[in-house]
Structure formats: structure tokens, C-alpha cells
Design a protein around this ligand. Sequence first.
Ligand code: ATP
Ligand code: MG
Length: 418
Amino acid sequence: MRYCGWVVRKVQVGRVLILEVSTSSSVRLSVLVFKPERDRDFYATVRDVDVGTALCFEGFPAEEQKSKRGIEYVVEKLEIYAKPLEPLPVDTAGKTPVLLDTRLKYRWLLARKPEERAIVRIRSGIIKAAREYFEANGFTEIHTPKIVAAGAEGGATLFKVQYFENDAYLSQSPQLYKQMLIASFEKVYEITPYFRAEKFNTPRHLNESWGIDAEQGFISSVEDVMKTLEELVAYIVNYVSKNYREELEELGIQPLQLTTPFKRLKFTEVVDLLRSEGVDVRENEDLSDYAERKLGEIMSEKKHYLYFIVGFPWSSTAFYYMREEDGIYTRKFDLDFKGLEIASGGQREHRYEKLVEALKDKGLNPENYSFYLEAFKYGMPPHGGFGLGIERLLMKILNLENIREAVLFVRDRTRLIP
Ligand code: ATP
Ligand code: MG
């Protein structure tokens, strides 16, 4: 076998030279052991190799595995591809701790470290699993525009861009477009960036984040949508537990096995529950971060790590959610994972007249949404969907403290490079 990678550490023990190499074949390091009598041909070359060197080797695992740091190899062939021009700015061997700020600046280099690599690989596993789930369940993958004329969630949170003679915005959600496609597809999904211009600085917000969006038509109730979401999340989490054991072990994470259905709580129930615990909650507003975390603690005690909150009040939701007859509550839900919202979704308003009314009720001008509204004129079936945050899900699977750890290149209030 041929393996390629980078030297993260070089050690000499007596006359034995050891190169620890990070390769793509495994998150575990490859430990190349060179003995002067056995490896006379390589010995001079290896003595010259610096940390950071890119190389390939052919060899086989040593009979006796003594290293705790990785898999030991006896090398038969060695090719040097590139030497570092200067010493590395960070320790890729994982021997010196790195501050978050430095970590975010040099993530692309630190990804040579098993732990950092593990996070990136599991993120890629989440996407793989999501595609597998959707493809097996009749969803078509779509791509909707990221340069748009109107936002889905309101103007204050949009990044403006100059689009020739017109003002345009970066898309904060594929909401409007994925709904329009329910005029011609029963089930669609998109793996997409969300751009949000909120000036937040929290451990759970990014200004460019990624989501798994789905929308499905011909539903009989919001339950159909919740079922899709819980099946998807259970599929992803169980897929990661099964296929990324080494990565999880590297991060010290116990693999999680999820079963569906997840617990469903009515919004009004949540209000009562939180109030009984002395938490201040308003009936007509979204739950605060604190209330969400508190609920997470209560639910975790009952071993409910993932749970839905259903029936948010109309005063707290976007215009496109279907309202109940009472006009007060909606068919919007959140999916929370240990006290953090990881997804929002619900049944949408598919009746043209009601939708126009809803826009007006939210103080929006229906004329700005005419391209969207038109899709509701020609046989729009009852439908619903959700947006699931990839970084938030990854964060919760891996117990990451800060959402910034879940992306390779962070876009937040103060980070535009690298
Ligand atoms: P929050 O209330 O937590 O700010 P939201 O309700 O505004 O999130 P949604 O519009 O419901 O977010 O987006 C769907 C999902 O996408 C969220 O549940 C979350 O997982 C993820 N998401 C949304 N905005 C962000 C962001 N700024 N950073 C990271 N993830 C996000
Ligand atoms: Mg939400």
C-alpha cells in the first residue's frame, strides 16, 4: 500500500528515527520507524526531513505495535514531495495547546492533527448520510439561487450585494424557492449555505453557515414533516456512530444510537413546564437561549436528548407557516438537541389568499413576493419542510463548545479571512 501525508513530529530514540505522519487513509497517525541497520538506504534522507514535509511511503504495519500515537510501519519506499520553507506556525503534533483564535486561523494546517481531522471527516459523513437518506426516500436534490432579490426571514439580516444596476442580497435560506418547487416536485432537498447578517457574537451563530433543507408536498399533516426530519437525524447520527468509530474515539465521544419517534412537546406545554421551574417565558415570543438550555436540562434528565417543540405562536414566526384556526398558534416546530435548536420547520400556508393575508399581517408587501406567490396559483398541494443546521448538529454530536469549531473557515463578525 502507498500512503501520502505530512510529517507532524520527528523523534530520535537512541539510533532509531521515528516520523509521525498524518495521512488520509486514517485519522490515526502513521508512525514510521527507521532503524539504521535495516533502513540504511533511507537513513540519511530521514535524518534531513523536517516537520511539515509532504511525503509518500510504501510499507507494511510492523509486527509489534508499540506506539500509542498511531500505527507503526516498516517502510519499503519513501518519496519526498515538498519541504516546508519555514517552521510551522502551529504544532500539528498536538503536543502544545492552541488558543481558539489561532486554531481558527490555521485550521487548514491543524487539520493534520487527528482530532481536527476527525471533526472534518465526521462533517463530511453527515452530508454523505443525509444524501443517502434523501435518495432512498424519493427526494430530488436541487440548487436554488444564492443571490436573491428578497429575503425569506426579513430584511435586517440580509447581506447586500451590488447586482449590476440592482440591489440584491445573499440568500439567508432557500425557503421561498424550495416551496415554489413543490409546484412540480413532490419532495426536494438542498444542502446549502445560509448567509445571515445578524451582528451576533454567540457560540452558536455564524454569518455563513450550512443547512440541510427539505420540502415535501401532498402531506396530510405537519406530522409527515416531523417524521422525515426525525428519521433523517436518526439516520445521520447512527450512520456516524457506525462508520466513524475511529474519529469518535479520537475525540473521546461515546457513539450515540438514536431511535424514533422523538418526544413531541407543545409550545404551550413548554411554557408551563419552564414556568413551573421558575423560568420567565412569554407566551407570544420565541424561546430565549436560556429557556432552550433550561428545557434541555429538564429533558436530558428524562433521557430525551432530541425533542420537538410544536405549535409556535404566530407572533414569533415567519409569514409562510400555516396558522391554526384560532389564528394564535401555527404549525411551526423546532427540533432541539440537548438544549440547542438544530432545526426549524413546519407546515406551510399553501392557500393563495391566506398567504397574501399572512404577508400583509407581517407588514410585508405582497408585490415584492409576486414571483413566489405565483407558484401558489396553479395547484399547490399542502406541503411542509425544514432547515437543519449542519454545524449545530455536528456541535451536538461532538459536544463542541463553540460552533466555530464545526467549520474549517469561519465567517463571523470579525472573521473574513482566511
Ligand atoms: P436561532 O433562533 O437559533 O438564531 P433561527 O431560528 O434564526 O436560529 P432558522 O431560520 O430556523 O434559524 O434556520 C434553520 C436552522 O439553521 C437553525 O435551526 C439552525 O440550526 C441553523 N442556523 C440558522 N441560522 C444560523 C446561524 N446564524 N448560524 C448557525 N446555524 C444557523
Ligand atoms: Mg429557527
